[in-house]
Design a protein around this ligand. Structure first.
Ligand code: NI
Length: 193
C-alpha cells in the first residue's frame, strides 16, 4: 500500500523566485559539469586554477515517484560563460518517454533547448512570464542563461518522469548556445554523437 500524501501549499515569490518550502536542494558546480560544456580546455583551465564556480542550483518539492503525483521546483542559473558557451544545466531526457514538462520563466533571460532522441533540436525563449511546454516527443531538455543576471524558472513534471543525464553526458546536445559578437546564437555541436 502506498502512503497517502497530504495536500499542502507554500509561497513562490514571483519577484525573486524563492520558495518558502522545498524538500530537496542541489548545487551544481563547474566540476560537476566537466563533460557537459563543449570547451573542455576552458573547463580544465578554470579547475586547475582552483576555480570551481557554482553554475546553478535547484530547489524542489519532490513527491514520491508514483504515477499521477507531480513534482515541481525552481532552478536558478548564474550568468556567465565557459569559453564562449553560456552557463546551462546538464540537461536530461525523461526516462519515461511519456512524461512532458512545463516551464515558467520568473526572472532573467535565456533559452530552453529541446531535443528528440533522433537528435532533432530546437529552442524556445525563456523569460519572465513566458510558459514553455515540453511535449513528450521532445523530452530532452536543457536550459541556458544568456542574460547578465540569474535565470530563474519554475518547472512542473510528473513525479515519476525519471532523469536520464547519462545520455546527455555521453552524446551531448546537437546544438550549443554561444556568444557571437555579444549576442547568443545556436550553433551545431561538433562533439554531438
Ligand atoms: Ni525534465
Amino acid at each position: 500500500m502506498r502512503k497517502e500524501l497530504k495536500p499542502y501549499s507554500l509561497c513562490l515569490n514571483f519577484e525573486s523566485g524563492e520558495l518558502s518550502f522545498y524538500n530537496k536542494k542541489v548545487e551544481i558546480k563547474l566540476s560537476d559539469l566537466k563533460n557537459f560544456f563543449s570547451n573542455r580546455e576552458a573547463v580544465e583551465s578554470k579547475l586547475t586554477k582552483g576555480e570551481d564556480p557554482l553554475i546553478y542550483s535547484y530547489y524542489d518539492c519532490v513527491q514520491p515517484p508514483v504515477r499521477g503525483e507531480m513534482s515541481f521546483g525552481v532552478t536558478r542559473i548564474l550568468p556567465g560563460k565557459i569559453g564562449d558557451e553560456y552557463n546551462h544545466t546538464r540537461g536530461h531526457y525523461h526516462t519515461d518517454g511519456g512524461a512532458g514538462e512545463i516551464y515558467v520563466g520568473i526572472k532573467g533571460e535565456g533559452f530552453l533547448l529541446l531535443q528528440k532522441r533522433d537528435g532533432s533540436c530546437t529552442s524556445e525563449k525563456l523569460e519572465r512570464g513566458r510558459v514553455v511546454y515540453t511535449p513528450t516527443d521532445w523530452n530532452g531538455h536543457r536550459t541556458v542563461n544568456t542574460g547578465k543576471d540569474e535565470l530563474v524558472f519554475l518547472t512542473i513534471e510528473q513525479a515519476d518522469s525519471g532523469h536520464d543525464y547519462e545520455t546527455i553526458k555521453e552524446k551531448g546536445f546537437a546544438k550549443l548556445v554561444v556568444e557571437r559578437n555579444g549576442k547568443p546564437v545556436m550553433v551545431n555541436n561538433s562533439r554531438y554523437k
